[in-house]
Design a protein around this ligand. Sequence first.
Ligand code: SAM
Length: 217
Amino acid sequence: MSQGHHHEHGSHGHHHEGRDAHGNPKDLAAYVAKQEDPSRDEWQKPDEVLRALGTAPGEVVCDVGAGPGYFALRLARAVAPGGSVHALEVEPEILKALEQRIAAAGLHNVHPRLVRGGDLPLPPEPCDLILIADVFHHFPDGPATLRALASRLRPGGRIANLDFHQGELPVGPGPDHKVSREDFLAAARAAGLEVVVEHRFLPYQYLFVLRPGAGRP
Ligand SMILES: C[S@@+](CC[C@H](N)C(=O)[O-])C[C@H]1O[C@@H](n2cnc3c(N)ncnc32)[C@H](O)[C@@H]1O
């Protein structure tokens, strides 16, 4: 169903038309299917992404805006044994899909968690890694959200942000629903974060690993 229908919404230039309050397309079933389409691996390169994130067994991870769990399930395997993943999701219907996928995978170290609309998406405990994958462009206040997330890092913890480059691409949201690499960097700086490393192996997305800057707790 998602093959041949790459964009989250069919026509561009219609500002946020057809999207719900959380920035999602109205057809959630198709949206969920698209995010879990096996062909995503070709450009999402999940194994390389996990290596770049440097996850290790025992770590506590938060996947902010986990969707149906593309990264959350992989992260859960990467931090086992001993580690766990808090998978935060604002849309109850998508959370249900996430819960089903966790159960089907037989994983016991992923904890799905509903974020109430209007609340900041924060993990229930300090984390070694907070991943924001294809979600930053959904946040109403990017810098404030990043700042709040940074306050939920363990000492030495990191935040990773992965999102689509600006412009027309064969995958991902339309151009009117994206945050450019430069705008993300400006938001990160405004939130007091500094770049540890930028990875450039993804064809359509930028990937930053960040940490709280000097002078911050
Ligand atoms: C494009 S999907 C990405 C899902 C997943 N991270 C992935 O890479 O497959 C964005 C998800 O973020 C969720 N979302 C949007 N705003 C959010 C918020 N403030 N807190 C938590 N989740 C949010 C949406 O409901 C949607 O499931």
